[in-house]
Design a protein around this ligand. Structure first.
Ligand code: MTE
Length: 328
């Protein structure tokens, strides 16, 4: 991220946030057996009740074999979720502001009606999807993932969404497609941060096709059982839990399958600081932040950072041919 340590902050007052009680979603074990549907969504509605209790961390303990299997497969971590209050008020979203605590307020009027997600490039069936069409090809399911930012803070987030693989299967990638390039909306009127030179716009990201097809790779359309709020990347954002948070591109309008490794926003901004892979790795420091430990938001004390953010068992095979000490 940018070095904003010298920025003098204006008074930052987190906006009042109000939540409905968390609705518990349970995913089925077999792929595609998710029970959550679009009806579980309730609009994030600031005029509704205040319910601070629901913002407390929720401990999760497996009580059934099915839940134990979800944990074993990495689909759900057995650690407390970060409070909703923190997830909604500590964000990176430079299209609105570079001040984490001010994103929610700056993005609150962002409208996503009629959103289209275009999938094109090296696919046999290019097309665009509304969010409802995305849910129609794959019913929304819950994933509770760790999220580790390269700035050495972390959260546990109960996402709702669909596996990216299901979307890619629907468009049929061609045999010579090797990467997926992602792009955020470019609209400086709706995203005023794009009038600044904080980054080159639009925000872009990329994955190798096998990373994109991995069962953990997820397109989130909600969190805490509700529609994704603007500050977290409404209406659809990428979640790749074993990579640093900046790979999780928000408010995506286009996915393009390509043959060559695509450019990414942060490696374009500072190539010596940010790589394409950006796999969480406690043994390779960022020039400005040690990656050995992390501050879990809402906790006191620091945690040891885990290789691949704790998803080593699920993803290490993808990188058998990479020298992990070099590919930041
Ligand atoms: N996507 C866009 N379009 N613009 C951004 O500024 N910030 C990234 C990522 N996705 C960013 C983005 C960074 S640096 C992080 S750490 C995560 O979003 C933060 O996600 P969160 O605010 O939901 O925690």
């Amino acid at each position: 991220m940018r070095d904003i340590s010298k920025t003098s902050y204006d008074e930052i007052t987190p906006p009042a946030v109000y939540f409905n009680r968390r609705s518990f979603l349970r995913t089925g074990v077999a792929a595609g057996t998710a029970i959550a549907t679009a009806s579980v969504y309730r609009w994030f509605n600031p005029s509704k009740m205040t319910d601070v209790a629901s913002t407390q961390a929720v401990e999760f303990e497996a009580t059934t074999e099915a839940e134990e299997e979800l944990i074993a497969r990495g689909l759900r971590v057995n650690e407390p979720s970060t409070s909703e209050l923190n997830i909604l008020n500590y964000n990176n979203f430079y299209e609105f502001t570079t001040q984490k605590e001010a994103v929610a307020r700056a993005a609150k009027d962002f409208k996503t009606d009629g959103w289209q997600l275009v999938v094109d490039g090296m696919v046999n069936k290019p097309r665009s999807f509304t969010i409802d069409e995305l849910h129609a090809i794959s019913p929304p399911q819950e994933r509770v993932y760790r999220m580790r930012c390269v700035e050495a803070w972390s959260m546990v987030i109960p996402w709702v969404g669909v596996p990216l693989a299901h979307l890619l299967e629907a468009v049929e990638p061609m045999a010579n497609a090797k990467y997926v390039a992602f792009e955020t909306l470019f609209d400086p009127v709706r995203m005023p941060g794009q009038k600044t030179a904080a980054l080159e716009w639009p925000y872009i990201e990329g994955l190798r096709l096998d990373e994109a097809m991995h069962p953990l790779t997820f397109l989130a359309t909600g969190l805490y059982g509700k529609t994704l709020p603007p500050q977290d990347g409404a209406p659809v954002r990428l979640v790749v839990p074993w990579k640093y948070g900046f790979k999780g591109i928000k408010s995506i309008v286009r996915l393009t399958l390509v043959a060559d490794q695509p450019k990414t926003s942060w490696s374009r901004y500072a190539p010596r600081e940010y790589g394409f892979y950006a796999n969480v790795n406690p043994n390779v420091d960022h020039p400005r932040w040690s990656q050995a430990t992390e501050q879990r938001i809402g906790e006191s004390g620091r945690r040891r950072t885990l290789m691949f953010n704790g998803y080593e068992e699920q993803v290490a095979d993808l990188y058998a041919d990479l020298d992990l000490s070099k590919h930041f």
